[in-house]
Design a protein around this ligand. Structure first.
Ligand code: 5GP
Ligand code: MG
Length: 182
């Protein structure tokens, strides 16, 4: 069976070996900087799903994992309403050191809203980590300018795979790919 139903309609940008190597390195940077005390991971769903699962398994730290759901297009909206927290962090993060993990930094609006949400939940320290970062000229005035930890800088193209979707498909690709024809 080689019928992938369209799963192959993409051009590989970052291979699974490159992803694995960089995720291991990133985990090393994070534990060197943030180790010595328990760490709370706040993973933004659903895009960070695969990345965070790999990342945490390379963190030799006492680590809690919590999920928050974010959406830029709530309900049937066809124009962006700005990112919203659709599934808030359920726990009180009072006094905790939190690392927000997301798939990609583009305008920075999602991370900006997420940081505010995590602060409201009581976090003492908030850091941010993204697998991918688009060029700085993509950042919006009301977006977070940068993330503390970044896996890869990529060009301004629409990417899928390793958790990132198009119309909720492609998240299961083991590599990151540019989707052709969108
Ligand atoms: P920002 O709020 O920084 O503009 O965008 C961040 C969110 O937009 C990400 O969490 C991701 O869900 C989505 N996004 C931005 N660029 C891409 C892309 O190239 N591919 C996919 N699949 N999602 C993207
Ligand atoms: Mg997202």
């Amino acid at each position: 069976m080689d019928d992938t139903g369209g799963l192959d309609a993409s051009r590989e940008l970052i291979s699974r070996d490159q992803l694995a190597a960089r995720v291991t390195e990133l985990a090393g940077e994070i534990s060197a900087d943030l180790g010595g005390q328990p760490l709370t991971i706040a993973a933004l769903m659903t895009g960070a799903l695969i990345f965070v699962a790999d990342l945490v398994r390379h963190l030799p730290l006492m680590t809690r994992i919590h999920l928050a759901g974010m959406s830029s297009y709530p309900g049937p909206a066809t124009t962006s309403q700005g990112p919203q927290v659709i599934a808030p962090i359920a726990e009180d993060l009072h006094g905790q050191n939190v690392l927000i993990v997301d798939d990609i930094l583009d305008s920075g609006r999602t991370l900006s809203v997420a940081v505010e949400h995590i602060r409201q939940a009581g976090a003492r320290e908030v850091h941010t980590c993204v697998l991918l970062r688009k060029p700085a000229d993509q950042r919006a005035p009301d977006g977070l300018a940068d993330a503390d930890y970044v896996g890869f800088d990529i060009p301004n193209e629409f990417v899928v795979g390793y958790g990132l979707d198009h119309d909720d498909f492609y998240r299961n690709l083991p590599h990151v790919a540019v989707l052709e024809g969108v």
